[in-house]
Design a protein around this ligand. Structure first.
Ligand SMILES: NC(=O)c1ccc[n+]([C@@H]2O[C@H](COP(=O)([O-])OP(=O)(O)OC[C@H]3O[C@@H](n4cnc5c(N)ncnc54)[C@H](O)[C@@H]3O)[C@@H](O)[C@H]2O)c1
Length: 357
């Protein structure tokens, strides 16, 4: 199965997409490492703890429990885990393994980034969204009351171990939310992947192992290439935000409980497709294809009552606004994008209105 290299000034490592790779977990722990700490949630451990333990092949480790939930993706959770690491004898030789969904990958990565000024982390993502996005690329962090992911660090892992087999237990809604990030990868960089999501939706939705592995591998390949070209998001990496600017505003506007992240990105991509068309970058046929692909993997939470003006107000607060200017990723054709600043507010307003209809 494929392995993709991520090469950044800080670190070069592999993202491996392989059924059963977690059975080889111990191979990825440096031989001279000290204590190993696994950050995980109870549900993931109940389903897949045996697999993890088998992969450790007798190597001792300590569990750091995270109760789960976006509302607990906070500095206080990281601090509590760091305290626990010290109590359990953690030191500069320790290694963290983040074993769970995107929240665990973000928090576990952040914990590793700041524990004793930084220890290595291995990312072992267990949701589709985390496998194709959150676990790859070294962005780690936590939420503030004022917004999502407003504190964090770039901390590239030793390796990303993606085992598509663990997705068998993922709830349907979480799975579909993750599919939206796969569609995003197709739209921004891979007409072939977009086509697969269009023509093989039955196989995608029944989690046909061969199709699932193909879509994860292609998404991870894209993410690795983009991160290698631009680790710090000063240029190319911004394209990964397609659909996210408005998606984040929707999540914030609804208190982070109404949408799953991938669902908000789905609606954000519909808005971005409308915006690309309104800005003259995208033809109507491609716009409709994008909307159809996104909607095929719904349903989405109820959109009634979400006010266009309130979403507009949230856009300026997005941390991706640079010196007060919101940048949008527009699609010019399937597989190609451009990043544009200074789009007229009326067009943005209309795109949001159309997406919320
Ligand atoms: N760092 C990045 O580049 C990046 C990119 C995208 C998203 N993110 C972050 O990722 C987070 C969302 O991640 P998510 O969608 O994975 O949500 P999540 O981490 O909350 O996981 C969803 C739920 O599924 C459970 N779960 C995980 N794996 C499972 C499995 N195999 N079987 C059964 N249940 C399982 C989790 O415990 C949780 O209850 C957000 O906080 C977002 O900001 C980060």
């Amino acid at each position: 199965m494929p392995a993709f290299a991520v090469s950044t000034p800080a670190q070069t490592y592999e993202a491996i997409v392989e059924r059963g790779v977690l059975r080889r977990l111990r191979e990825f722990i440096p031989p001279r490492a000290g204590k190993v700490f696994a950050v995980t949630t109870e549900d993931v451990w109940q389903w897949h703890g045996d697999l993890f333990t088998e992969g450790m092949a007798g190597r001792e480790f300590e569990l750091l429990w995270f109760p789960g939930g976006e509302e607990r993706k906070r500095m206080s959770s990281v601090e509590a885990m760091a305290e626990r690491m010290v109590e359990l004898g953690g030191d500069r030789s320790s290694v963290v393994i983040a074993f769970g969904g995107g929240i665990v990958n973000d928090l576990g990565g952040f914990l590793a980034a700041i524990f004793m000024r930084g220890v290595p982390v291995i990312q072992a993502p267990t949701t589709l969204l985390a496998q194709v996005d959150a676990a790859v690329g070294g962005k780690t962090g936590a939420n503030l009351t004022s917004g999502k992911n407003l504190v964090g660090a770039f901390h590239q892992p030793l390796a990303v171990l993606t085992d598509p087999g663990v997705l068998a237990t993922l709830p349907e809604r979480e799975y579909r939310a993750g599919v939206q990030e796969v569609i995003k990868c197709g739209i921004i960089r891979s007409p072939g992947l977009f086509e697969l999501m269009h023509t093989c939706s039955k196989h995608v939705l029944t989690r046909d192992p061969e199709v699932v592995e193909r879509m994860i591998a292609e998404s991870v390949r894209i993410k690795c290439a983009v991160v290698s070209a631009d680790e710090r998001e000063s240029g190319l990496r911004r394209i990964l935000n397609f659909g996210h600017t408005i998606g984040h505003a929707l999540e914030a506007e609804t208190g982070y409980t109404h949408f799953l992240h991938g669902e908000a990105v789905g609606i954000g991509m519909i808005a971005a497709a409308h915006l690309s068309h309104l800005a003259g970058s995208l033809g109507s046929a491609a716009r409709d294809e994008i909307i159809e692909a996104v909607e095929r993997y719904g349903p989405f939470p109820d959109l009634t009552g979400i006010q266009v003006e309130s979403v507009m107000g949230r856009l300026d607060k997005d941390k991706k606004a640079v010196q007060g200017t919101v940048h949008f990723v527009l699609v010019t054709r399937i597989g190609e994008t451009e990043v544009v600043a200074g789009i007229e507010a009326a067009a943005v307003r209309e795109a949001i209105r159309l997406a919320l209809r």
